[in-house]
Design a protein around this ligand. Structure first.
Ligand SMILES: [Zn+2]
Ligand SMILES: [Zn+2]
Length: 247
């Protein structure tokens, strides 16, 4: 987990418990590993209590691997956190400007390739420090129209927790990835009568600062990092994977 805002954690019980149902989906027979910043362990312990009824009733079903309902949760801090089969994961502190400031980004290295997950953050010099030279950066972004409106104060506050397209461009310019990808794309409006920025505006505002490769994240987008970075989009209408671009 990068941090514990609800938009990042409400899906966890489903991943955890549906993955354990033997007859249906995942058949996971081992405890679910959940690592995240301070508070993760507490949150998971409370979820185990919240779902006690579900776990108890389903545990009585036949052929049930009870370990699959267990959770191994760990609170982690900035630093080297994981290594297995050549995959290395480093967590780094970002700045989400929340009152309890424990938000992390991640760097994953494997076979000389690397990818950065920004997590939720405003512009963070620490992110740039850990991300330098990475092949791909997955970056959050948030934008609103310049025009003032009724919700301007609230929107300004929200924008203060996130990275603007211009700031993201600054990050990309410093990191110099082969590909930058926007994810967690927050497009706000200051007033019901003013439309939020379009994706095209998001891209053009970024490109004022950064002229490298930029992709908009979407569900099931697949990025293959080799000598080149290839992006495959999932065409939902035909249910076929269509190669979109190769860089
Ligand atoms: Zn957040
Ligand atoms: Zn978020």
């Amino acid at each position: 987990m990068t941090h514990l805002h609800s938009d990042h954690v409400v899906g966890i019980p489903d991943v955890w418990l549906t993955g354990w149902i033997p007859a249906a989906y995942g058949r996971r027979a081992t405890p679910l590993e959940v690592w995240g910043p301070a508070g993760t362990k507490d949150m998971m312990a409370h979820l185990e209590k919240a779902f006690a009824w579900d776990i108890q009733t389903r545990s009585k079903e036949k052929n049930k691997a009870e370990d699959g309902a267990k959770v191994n949760a760990q609170d982690i801090e900035e630093g080297f956190i994981y290594e297995q089969d050549g995959i290395k994961v480093i967590a780094f502190q970002v700045n989400h400007a929340t009152f309890i400031d424990s938000a992390l980004g991640y760097r994953i290295d494997y076979a000389g390739r690397s990818v950065i997950l920004s997590g939720d953050t405003r512009y963070s010099a620490n992110l740039v420090r850990f991300a330098k030279g990475a092949d791909v950066i997955i970056q959050e972004v948030a934008a609103a129209p310049d025009k003032p409106g009724k919700s301007s104060a609230l929107v300004r506050q929200i924008l203060g927790f996130h990275t603007s397209p211009e700031e993201a461009g600054r990050v990309f310019k410093q990191v110099k990835p082969k590909l930058a990808v926007y994810s967690h794309i927050v497009l706000l409006t200051t007033d019901a009568t003013i439309p939020p920025p379009t994706v095209a505006e998001l891209i053009s505002r970024t490109q004022k600062v950064y002229d490298g490769a930029l992709e908009m994240g979407e569900d099931l987008l697949t990025i293959t990092i080799g000598d080149k970075v290839a992006v495959t989009k999932f065409a939902s209408s035909s249910k076929k994977k269509v190669p979109e671009a190769i860089r």
